[in-house]
Design a protein around this ligand. Structure first.
Ligand SMILES: Cc1ncc(COP(=O)(O)O)c(C=O)c1O
Length: 397
């Protein structure tokens, strides 16, 4: 059933989530590659495949982050064509700026005055920043006990921050109830169809940066599952409109073992997702009842991908491995991606010349507590050459 572009998110008939559709035939008739190339270096270069138009005066210019050919990490994993999509390079240092950029433009279009969200941390940060730029009031809901870096960084933009005594799934349920009663723009509830479309730009951009082709594999962190599903939708749209010739990308999902409802269903060959109570250092991925979990499962199976989980120990190892080999310091979600990338390599999921793209979706500075006790602390010396020679020289080698 088709609906107009309104702030609605469920079908009245089947209660399923609503998806934005485009006139793909008309789009295929356009020279899309050059349309994109003439656009700004941000998510808005893909405006023809986004559900709302850019509003220049509120745009924080998310997107167009580096795609890094990662040769040192690749060598460690037996991959010649490994790329890290470093999406910590964004206005609030996570991929959430992409989805929020689209949602805020939608909120403005629909005339909302308050924007809100249920968040595991990064989304709250992005909503607060984009709302500030748009001159909208923001009220963000987070579970109690998130990392200090995320809460303090969010507070800087002056939103109302509501810490709920419960986990993310309880926060999300509360927000759905509020959205029923009050005319607020909850970016990931009543504006979810718009918000989630922003995730497609991580598929578009990678294909463009690879010279308009789809990678052989993508490895994507999974919380609600929206990002993974939308990366694939983005690639599919490029193929459908003739921008890329074919699509054989295997889609792999990455979860933390302490919150792995989708990986468990994948391992056990189940169709349904059994919700879990999260217990992991990867708080940004701590969603026990993922809204798009079933779609993630189906996509991984249909494309020949896998959904794996890694322990907290492996997450920290992943963060260190990426930092030490590629100079990219990611948050715990990125540690999950790298941990699963490594596990997939260990399972021979890749051929040595496959083009593999691992999505690093947030910065390490916001989750310092996850790693700080596990890294080598600084050496303290007095300001004297002899001290340096005694205490430091041998260590550096
Ligand atoms: C850094 C980071 N990466 C990945 C995700 C997963 O996003 P999704 O809920 O779309 O699966 C999140 C979600 O909060 C996140 O903060």
């Amino acid at each position: 059933m088709l609906y107009p572009l309104d702030p609605i998110y469920v079908c009245e008939r089947c209660f399923g989530p609503l998806e934005v559709v485009y006139d793909y035939e008309a789009l295929a008739a356009q020279p899309l590659r050059s349309v994109f190339a003439s656009g700004p270096r941000s998510i808005w270069r893909y405006e023809p495949l986004l559900p709302v138009d850019r509003i220049a005066e509120i745009d924080l210019q998310p997107g167009w982050s580096p795609l890094v050919h990662s040769q040192r990490l690749g060598r460690a994993l037996g991959l010649r064509q490994l790329y890290i999509k470093n999406d910590s390079v964004n206005p609030t240092w996570s991929f959430k700026d992409r989805v929020v950029g689209v949602a805020i433009a939608a909120a403005r279009r629909f005339g909302f005055e308050v924007v809100a969200c249920a968040s595991t941390g990064n989304l709250a940060h992005a909503v607060a920043a984009h709302a500030a730029r748009a001159g909208l009031r923001a009220c963000v809901f987070i579970p109690k006990g998130l990392e200090r870096g995320k809460v303090v960084a969010t507070a800087a933009y002056g939103p109302t921050i509501v810490e709920v005594e419960g986990n993310y799934d309880e926060v999300n349920r509360l927000c759905a109830e509020i959205a029923e009663e009050h005319r607020w723009a909850f970016v990931n509830v009543n504006l979810r169809p718009y918000y989630s479309e922003g995730g497609k730009t991580l598929g578009f951009e990678v294909a463009e940066q690879l010279g308009w082709r789809a990678p052989d594999h993508v490895v994507v962190p999974v919380a609600s599952g929206s990002l993974l599903v939308k990366i694939h939708k983005g690639l599919q749209e490029l193929q459908r409109t003739g921008v890329i010739p074919d699509l054989r990308t295997r889609v792999h999902g990455a979860q933390a073992a302490g919150c792995a409802p989708v990986a468990a269903a994948f391992a056990e060959g189940r169709e349904e997702i059994h919700p879990v109570k999260p217990n992991t250092i990867a708080r940004s991925l701590a969603i026990g009842a993922p809204a798009d979990g079933r779609y993630v499962l189906r996509l991984a199976r249909d494309t020949g991908g896998r959904v794996l989980a890694v322990t907290d120990e492996e997450i920290v190892e992943g963060i260190r491995l990426l930092a030490e080999t590629e100079g990219i310091f990611t948050e715990t979600a990125g540690g999950v991606t790298i941990g699963v990338l490594r596990a997939l390599a260990g399972q021979d999921a890749f051929a040595p010349d496959d083009v593999v793209v691992a999505y690093v979706t947030g910065i390490g500075l916001k989750t310092l507590e996850a790693v700080e006790t596990r890294l080598t602390p600084p050496i303290t010396i007095r300001p004297a050459l002899r001290e340096f020679e005694r205490a430091v020289l041998e260590l550096v080698g």
